[in-house]
Design a protein. Structure first.
Length: 237
């Protein structure tokens, strides 16, 4: 890895001394500029972060429901191989497109704001969780699956029984997507899909760095809180 990393620095131009001189100069200029913390904007930052969390939660809950139904269709242990292949291709196709592009699409379809962000994260979350869920289904012991089939279970009822057996992995995947979505919801705000990203981009365009720092700081506090909550829940599952 060290050799490959070193080799890749050449086409990226990371060995150019001028690059690091310019970066250092810009860092000094930034530190000398009027940076600080805008206490008067904390209320606006909290509202923006709240909107971001709402978007993220909706993406997780709705995406989980879709993935719960889609994953069994992507597992050859539950459905035929042709159906499983098509379902996996669909999930992979959706997942291969970054969330920010889905956000742009929904901004075009439903207009700017949190609605576009929520729908974009729903689609993206569903495709990711579908992959996690069908991999979870495939990790269930084959003897257990065969015993469930002998009992007459098939289709969604079989998948539900298998889900119960792999509950811990599913909860871990859902919590991971919640953490991921909070960060992603911040980014998709840059294209008008609601959340704190819209405000960060707005104040950056005005070169109002204290305002940018304020919104970033409040966002970081909430991200840390969500990460801590996620860790505690996973430890108890």
């Amino acid at each position: 890895m060290a050799v490959v990393t070193l080799l890749l620095t050449v086409p990226l131009g990371l060995l150019d001394p001028g690059l690091w001189f310019k970066a250092s100069s810009n860092a000094i200029k930034f530190l000398k500029s009027d940076i600080g913390f805008r206490v008067d904007l904390v209320g606006d930052a909290l509202k923006a972060v709240y909107e971001t969390i709402v978007i993220s939660l909706f993406g997780v809950t709705s995406g989980t429901l879709i993935a719960y139904l889609l994953a069994p269709l992507a597992s050859p242990m539950i459905v035929g191989s042709h159906v499983a292949t098509l379902s996996r291709l669909l999930a992979n196709a959706i997942r291969s497109i970054p969330a920010i592009f889905w956000a742009i699409l929904f901004v075009i379809l439903v207009g700017p704001g949190p609605k576009a962000g929520a729908l974009a994260l729903t689609l993206y979350t569903a495709s990711y969780l579908a992959k996690f869920f069908y991999e979870t289904l495939e990790s269930v012991d084959r003897e257990h699956i065969n015993s469930l089939k002998v009992m007459g279970l098939s289709g969604l009822t079989l998948a539900s029984a298998m889900y119960t057996h792999a509950r811990r992995q599913m909860v871990s995947s859902i919590l991971f997507m919640l953490e991921y979505n909070v960060r992603t919801a911040t980014i998709i705000g840059f294209v008008g899909a609601g959340g704190v990203g819209y405000y960060i981009l707005h104040y950056m365009s005005l070169l109002n760095y204290p305002a940018v720092i304020t919104f970033i700081a409040v966002t970081m506090l909430f991200v840390i809180a969500i990460d801590t909550f996620s860790y505690l829940v996973r430890a108890r599952v």
